[in-house]
Design a protein around this ligand. Structure first.
Ligand code: XIL
Length: 475
């Protein structure tokens, strides 16, 4: 997982008006996850225990609101601009970019050590006026130009971009819009342009009403992400807006939705959370669902106090109008502190690049005989979770058959010719084709007597032959 945030600023030489230094230094700012540490007493501290973040959204007008700024600085470690990085704000006229408002928020937040989510590059709403007079290939080109222009400005500085926002209709088909009318491939065109413009930033698809796993819109988005992963369209994350306002509420299967998206090999995040009357049980439930899914990387609330909310009459946020934390604040804090999974890659020592799988098996000291494991202590069972044209998703259950707890496990399996592993979750792989091995992640190595755990993976290539020759060993 690439988790970078740049700390470099553009230094404008005032005298000669020349950009002096643009070396964007990518700094991994994610806290080292440590579930054994003391409970966090702020939202961000509690989230960071498990390698996650807790974010908020703010408009430029909040930069003079000390009540807001005090809470933002104390409780949050991720920031999003409510409106200031949307297409109408950043490119009001063709080729004329205006980053003043977005930069003001960005600078305030990152100077206080926060990371930043960019929102958003392509959307049916809040478009520049000039997009309204374009269509077809001209509009498509304007969208690409917009992505290039905005992403060039923020290159190396953001954690993630919501590349495309709200492109699906409630019935699971594409929402009709001027962008959709440029051709069904407009979304992947946006993501490909985005990857090329800034290869270091996480690229997200963001939408609302995709929290209920059985809802048609959720399935529509899921199928698009699965298709993108299968065809190699660059996408790193799915943002679930989590507006449990305006008539929506927390579905009982929310965690299943999060884990199902994550199983496709993307991060998931709750990007605009708010809940009617700040129901403590719904806030607790949405937080816990995220904490239970390793690749749920963080939660953002859409504002901080009820007076900041776009749905202020529903009083949906964690702080009241006097800046006091509401009961839901405590339920969220407790749920963050109770996390039992960490974000993959955040538990390894920070000096180890988390995204690079080891190219050779972990070396053992030469004097030590190789660890052969105890055949019979664990067994590995494979099942195909889903297939599509050009790939499949597999799942391996690691069961402990012994009476003593396992302290780690390694599964070997052999892929058919032409098959390549694209992603592994809940495990760390060595090799991507032929015979590969997958060992436990930091958080699922200990398996109690008669208990089991599982890992999943995505394979590109022929779907006719399932992996074979499974073996499981434990130290
Ligand atoms: C909202 C802002 O909060 C309002 O200030 C603005 O008038 C309209 O947009 N989904 C999104 C956000 O992705 O961009 C929206 O933000 C809320 C719904």
């Amino acid at each position: 997982m690439t988790v970078i945030a740049a700390r470099a600023r553009l230094l404008l030489g005032a005298a000669c008006a020349v950009v002096i230094a643009v070396s964007s230094v990518a700094v991994a700012t994610l806290a080292h996850a440590d579930l054994t540490g003391p409970p966090g007493t702020t939202l961000k501290a509690a989230a960071e225990r498990s390698g996650r973040y807790f974010g908020a959204a703010m408009g430029r007008d909040r930069l003079t609101d000390n009540g807001f700024l005090t809470i933002a600085n104390r409780e949050f470690d991720m920031m999003t601009a409510v409106n200031e990085m949307k297409p109408d704000a950043t490119e009001p006229n063709r080729g004329q970019f205006d980053f003043r408002a977005g930069d003001a928020i960005y600078n305030w937040a990152t100077q206080r050590g926060m990371r930043f989510r960019g929102h958003t590059l392509a959307w049916h709403a809040q478009q520049p006026r000039f997009w309204g007079s374009l269509s077809g290939s001209a509009l498509r080109q304007a969208m690409i130009d917009h992505i290039n222009g905005v992403m060039a400005h923020y290159k190396g500085k953001l954690y993630a971009w919501d590349v495309v926002n709200e492109a699906f209709a409630e019935n699971g088909s594409r929402r009709s819009s001027n962008l959709q009318a440029t051709g069904n491939d407009w979304i992947e065109a946006a993501f490909r342009a985005a990857r090329a413009a800034d290869p270091g930033v996480q690229l997200c698809y963001n939408d609302y009403n995709i929290e209920n796993w059985t809802y048609a819109k959720t399935q529509g988005v899921y199928n698009m992400i699965r298709d993108f992963k299968a065809r190699g369209v660059p996408i790193d994350c799915v943002g679930l807006q989590t507006h449990f306002t305006g008539g929506s509420s927390l579905p009982g299967n929310f965690q299943q939705t999060l884990s199902s998206f994550a199983a496709l090999g993307v991060d998931v995040a709750l990007t605009e959370a708010d809940v009617t009357n700040a129901s403590s049980s719904q806030y607790q439930g949405l937080t816990q669902a995220c904490m239970n899914v390793p690749r749920c990387v963080g939660i953002t609330t859409w504002g901080i106090r009820d007076s900041d909310s776009w749905r202020g009459n529903e009083n949906p946020l964690l702080f009241d109008r006097n800046s006091n934390p509401k009961p839901a604040y405590t339920s969220v804090l407790n749920a963050l502190n109770a996390a039992s999974t960490t974000v993959p890659g955040t538990s390894t020592p920070p000096s180890t690049p988390p995204s690079t799988p080891p190219s050779t098996p972990p070396s053992t000291p030469p004097s030590t005989p190789p660890v052969t494991g105890q055949p019979g202590a664990c067994t590995a069972t494979y099942r195909t979770a889903s297939t599509w044209n050009g790939g499949y998703q597999g799942e391996v259950t690691v069961a402990n058959n012994g009476s003593a707890a396992l302290t780690g496990w390694t599964v070997q399996l052999t892929l058919a010719g032409g098959q390549t592993v694209a992603n592994v979750w809940n495990g760390i792989n060595t090799g991507t084709s032929g015979t590969i091995s997958v060992r436990n992640a930091a958080y699922n190595g200990s398996v109690g007597a008669n208990a089991s755990t599982s890992f999943g993976f995505l394979v590109n290539g022929s779907t006719g032959t399932a992996p074979g020759s499974l073996t499981c060993t434990s130290p």
